[in-house]
Write a protein of this length. Structure first.
Length: 402
C-alpha cells in the first residue's frame, strides 16, 4: 500500500455564523474557491495536478447544493479538468473527505487529491435541508430521536458532568484560543478572506471572547424548555435510558460550539506527487476510522472512533502526543477525557469550537490542520483528531510527522 502524505493545509478564519458576521457576504462557493486558490498558489498546482476535489458540506441545499465541490473548482483558478464531489457526514464531513482522499491515495487510485469542506451557516441555516431522522415519525420513534443539544445534556447526566464542569471547560477553551491567536499559532495555515476587489474582509477568527465562570453562570440552559415541554424530548430520552431519573440541562450558548462560517482544505498525495512538484511532505496518515453509535445519546462517537483508529494503527492511547476532539458541546470532550483518563494538557491545546465556532462542513479539516501545526511547533510526532457526529457516528484520524 502507498503512503499518503499531507503536503499543505489552509483554512479561512472562522466568522460568526449570523447575518452580522464578517463572512456573511461571502457565499460558500466563493469561500471554497478561495481555499482552493490558496493551495494552488502556495504549491504551484498547474493543469490536472490532482485527481479530484473531495469536499465536505452538510446543508447541501440552495447555494450550497448541486455538487458545490464542482462549482467551487469552476469558480476557482484550478484547471477545469479537475472534477469535484461533495460529501456529507454531518459534523465530520471535512475529516471524512480528508480520510477518503488519503485512502484513495493509499489504495493507488490517483497520486493526489484536495480535500476539505465548507459551511456558510449565516447564509444557509442548519437544518434547512430537512431530513428523515427528524421529520419522519416512524424513523424518529424507532431511533428515539432527540436534538443534539438534548443528546449533549444526556451525556452530562449519564456520566456525571455538572454545569460547572462544562463551564470550566468552556472558559479554558476561550483562554487557550485567545493565547494561540495572539501567539500567531494559526498563522501558517490561515488565509485572509478578501472581497471581489481584493480588500480584506476577515483576517483572524472573530468569535473568541473573554469570559469567566461568573459570566457563564448567568446564561440560561439552551435546551431545557425543548426537553421539558409536554410531550418533550426528555420523555423520549428517559424511555431510552430508564436508569436516569431526569435529564440535567447544563449546556448553553457559552459551553456549546458557536454557529460559524468557514472553509478548510488539505493537499494530500503520494511520494511521487511530491517529488514531481518539488514538495516536502509534512505528515503521513497512520490510520483512519469511522463508527456508528447510539443515535439518541448521539455524540459519544469520539470514544469508539479513537479505539478503532488506535487499533488500526497498532498504537496505544499513550502513544499519541496531541489530541483534537471537536468541542461540539463541553460534555463531548469531558466524556473523552473521562473514558481515556486523558491529560487535558494534550487535548485541544489551542482551544476549540466552543471558542472559535463550528462551521459544520469544514471543521474536520480545520482541527486536523491545527493539530499538524501544533505538532510542528512543539516538535512532536503523532496526533489524533476525532469528531462526534449527528445521528450517532464518529470519525478518527491519526497522523505522524515526517
Amino acid at each position: 500500500m502507498n503512503e499518503a502524505y499531507i503536503y499543505d493545509a489552509v483554512r479561512s478564519p472562522r466568522g460568526k455564523g449570523k447575518k452580522d458576521g464578517s463572512l456573511h457576504e461571502v457565499p460558500a462557493v466563493r469561500l471554497s474557491a478561495l481555499a482552493l486558490n490558496a493551495l494552488k498558489e502556495r504549491n504551484n498546482l498547474d493543469g490536472h495536478a490532482v485527481e479530484d476535489v473531495i469536499w465536505g458540506n452538510v446543508t447541501q441545499v440552495g447555494e450550497q447544493g448541486a455538487c458545490l465541490a464542482r462549482s467551487a473548482v469552476l469558480y476557482s483558478d484550478l484547471d477545469e479538468s479537475i472534477p469535484g464531489v461533495s460529501i456529507n457526514r454531518f459534523c465530520a464531513s471535512a475529516l471524512e473527505a480528508v480520510n477518503m482522499a488519503a485512502n484513495q491515495v493509499r489504495g493507488g487510485a490517483g497520486d493526489a487529491y484536495i480535500a476539505g469542506g465548507v459551511e456558510s451557516m449565516s447564509r444557509v441555516p442548519m437544518g434547512s435541508d430537512g431530513g428523515a431522522i427528524a421529520a419522519d415519525p416512524t424513523l424518529a420513534m424507532k431511533a428515539y430521536f432527540v436534538p443534539q443539544g438534548i443528546s449533549a445534556d444526556i451525556i452530562a447526566t449519564k456520566y456525571g458532568f455538572s454545569r460547572d464542569d462544562c463551564d470550566a471547560l468552556a472558559v479554558e477553551s476561550q483562554k487557550r484560543a485567545a493565547e494561540a491567536r495572539a501567539d500567531g499559532r494559526f498563522d501558517r495555515t490561515i488565509f485572509t478572506v478578501t472581497d471581489q476587489n481584493g480588500l480584506p474582509i476577515l483576517e483572524q477568527d472573530e468569535m473568541i471572547r473573554e469570559t469567566d465562570m461568573q459570566a457563564l453562570a448567568g446564561l440560561n440552559p439552551s435546551f431545557k424548555a425543548l426537553g421539558e415541554q409536554m410531550p418533550g424530548f426528555d420523555a423520549v430520552a428517559l424511555l431510552k435510558y430508564p436508569e436516569l431519573e431526569r435529564i440535567n440541562h447544563v449546556h448553553h450558548a457559552g459551553n456549546s460550539s458557536g454557529i460559524a462560517d468557514g472553509t478548510a482544505a488539505m493537499l494530500i498525495g503520494n511520494k511521487a506527487f511530491g517529488e514531481r512538484h518539488g514538495l516536502k511532505p509534512r505528515a503521513r496518515f497512520r490510520a483512519t476510522s469511522r463508527v456508528g453509535t447510539d443515535p439518541t445519546i448521539m455524540l459519544t462517537g469520539p470514544v469508539p472512533a479513537t479505539e478503532r483508529v488506535l487499533k488500526a494503527a497498532g498504537m496505544e492511547f499513550g502513544d499519541v502526543d496531541l489530541f483534537e476532539v471537536n468541542e461540539a458541546f463541553a460534555s463531548v470532550v469531558l466524556r473523552f477525557q473521562q473514558y481515556f483518563d486523558a491529560d487535558m494538557d494534550k487535548v485541544n491545546v489551542n482551544g476549540g469550537a466552543i471558542a472559535m465556532g463550528h462551521p459544520l462542513g469544514a471543521t474536520g479539516a480545520v482541527i486536523l490542520s491545527t493539530l499538524l501545526d501544533e505538532l510542528e511547533r512543539r516538535d512532536l510526532e503523532t496526533g489524533l483528531a476525532t469528531l462526534c457526529i449527528g445521528s450517532g457516528m464518529g470519525v478518527g484520524t491519526i497522523i505522524e510527522r515526517v
